[in-house]
Design a protein around this ligand. Sequence first.
Ligand SMILES: [Zn+2]
Length: 103
Amino acid sequence: MKIRKGDTVQILSGKDRTRRGKVMRVLPKTFQIVVEGLNLRKKHSRPRRQGEKGKIIDFPAALPSARAGLVCPHCQKVVRVGQRFSADGKKERWCRKCKASIN
Ligand SMILES: [Zn+2]
C-alpha cells in the first residue's frame, strides 16, 4: 500500500470528499485506512456503571485506501506515488508531480 500511518490524505469520494486528515491506522490485510476526524460513524454505548448514562460516540471508521489520495508534504497536492531507490540504497516513495521524496 502507498499510504502509511502519519500521512496526510484527502478523501476522494463520499460525504467527506475533498476533506483532509491524518492517517491513524493502516489495515493492509483489507486495504483500508482510518483517518483522524473523517468518515465518522456513531457508536451507541450502554451505561456500564451505576449512575453512568449511555451515550452516542462519534468514531472514525475504516475506509478503502483507494478512496483516499496521498497529499504530498512538499507541493500540498493530491499526488500519485512512485517507488525508487535513494542514494543510500533504500527504497523510498516519491511524488510524481514535484519529484521530491516522501518519507
Ligand atoms: Zn509533490
